[in-house]
Design a protein. Structure first.
Length: 452
């Protein structure tokens, strides 16, 4: 027995166990982000889509097969990235997803600038919740002037407060397909690249004809302020969070002429909420901060950095959600319910409450009989619609089965999908008619003989 070889093998195993594991080496292209350090800086999802295009793979495969090695998060539970990528909150700041995706991209590409493609540096300075736009938007003039290789989605377009382009002074339009498509393509067949329509693949959304609407001066001011903030954040600038309440008090004092809480009525938000912002009970949101800066004539970035001189004032005003009116008279509530029933067809209690402008509990507690009547009518109408949809589904499956039989094909899930585009999933209204047709097909003599 060779003891030297055994001892060397043991020492190698011991050395490998004591040596710390090496971090994964970057294996993706060092793709540089576009517009870094400027107001035209692209978002995190835009960079992800361009990186997938550079490697000629889908976004799903790039994340699930590549980035998963550089993160402890299980990206597969985020479902299909073709639907997730439309979530603008990831670009602005969604703590669990933005940070995980940012760190994985930096480790996989070795590009440190990829970690500054969101507003994560503002976490703890302002309240970033609800700051992202619920719709995907773009500037039509920006996409028309850009070349195909330079197409990207600026982070600025994903901010809810921004409604126009600071360069062309036109309002943003929804990024929706304008072509006539007979059937929506599956999500995994769509093109996921910034500036390309996911429905028809038109570059710069040329499929949609839009009219250029000029933006107001207040909208242009908000766009310029937001672009400056994005330029500072993507440039790597850090902001001091503990000084934020003090600066909010200074802004409110300027707006209220020495009385800070007068700024609430001037700017259009609640006085109690302003008290919380000044005393650090909660972080201020972006839209109220814009209103304070606009009324006092101070730039947003200067407020986050340090107190500065007053500059350009704007008439931007924060508009909160309209509060529902309180209904005190039962007769008045009954009259409003009758008016709602004259307009709405078999509505639910929630639909009636939304129409007349009150809470659902108001109708349920104060008028329980009317609420029970509305619930019964709504359930009856829903049952009738469900029965009609089931009859329609059965007729569709039967007609598809007849077409397949004429063509000499068997009734299978794949053939039904290719013939009619109907996806017979578990629990759907097409499942039971499909099983019946399959059972009848298996009982046919010719089919039984073919099986034998």
């Amino acid at each position: 027995m060779n003891t030297d070889t055994t001892q060397s093998a043991v020492s190698e195993d011991l050395r490998s166990s004591l040596t710390p594991a090496r971090e994964p080496v970057p294996v993706f292209y060092g793709l540089l982000p576009m517009g870094i350090g400027t107001g035209d800086c692209e978002g995190l999802v835009s960079y992800l889509c361009r990186l997938a295009l550079a490697h000629c793979v889908s976004v799903d495969d790039l994340v699930n097969q590549g980035l998963a090695r550089y993160s402890t998060n299980d990206f597969k539970i985020w479902r299909h990235f073709s639907t997730w990528m439309k979530d603008r909150a990831v670009d602005v700041f969604a703590k669990q997803r933005t940070l995980a995706l940012r760190d994985a991209l930096v480790a996989a590409t070795g590009i440190q600038a990829a970690g500054r493609l969101s507003l994560a540096s503002l976490d703890g300075v302002i309240d970033l919740a609800g700051m992202s736009s619920p719709r995907l938007r773009h500037c039509p003039l920006c996409y028309q002037a850009a070349e195909f290789a330079q197409l990207h989605r600026p982070l600025l377009w994903d901010l809810k407060a921004v409604s126009c382009c600071p360069v062309h002074a036109v309002r943003l339009v929804n990024s929706e397909c304008g072509g006539e498509t007979l059937q929506r393509r599956p999500r995994w067949h769509r093109v996921h690249m910034p500036g390309v329509c996911t429905e028809c693949g038109a570059i710069a959304y040329a499929c949609r004809a839009v009219s250029h609407v000029g933006a107001s001066l207040a909208e242009q001011w908000v766009a310029r302020q937001s672009a400056t903030l994005i330029a500072a954040a993507s440039g790597g600038e850090k902001f001091d969070a503990p000084l934020a309440p003090e600066r909010i008090r200074e802004l409110a004092t300027i707006v209220g002429d020495g009385f800070p809480f007068r700024a609430a009525a001037i700017c259009g938000f609640n006085k109690a909420r302003l008290y919380d912002w000044i005393h650090g009970v909660r972080l201020i949101k972006y839209a109220p901060l814009l209103a304070l800066c606009a009324a006092s004539g101070v730039d947003v970035v200067d407020v986050l950095r340090r107190p500065s001189q007053c500059s350009e004032r704007a008439n931007f005003r924060y508009e909160p959600h309209a509060r529902r009116t309180r209904i005190t008279s039962l007769d008045d509530l009954r009259e409003k319910i009758k008016s709602a029933l004259a307009v709405l067809q078999d509505p639910s209690v929630a639909a009636v409450a939304a129409y007349i402008g009150c809470d659902r509990s108001t109708i349920s507690k104060r008028l329980p009989e009317e609420a029970a009547m509305l619930t019964a009518r709504w359930r009856s109408a829903r049952s009738a619609k469900t029965a009609a949809r089931r009859v329609e589904a059965q007729a569709s499956i039967e007609s598809t089965a007849q077409s397949l039989k004429k063509a000499g094909k068997s009734v299978t899930l794949r053939n039904v999908w290719l013939e009619s585009g109907i996806c017979v999933s578990r629990g759907s209204r097409f499942e039971e008619p499909f099983r019946r047709v399959q059972a009848a097909q298996s009982d046919e003599p010719g089919h039984r003989d073919a099986l034998v």
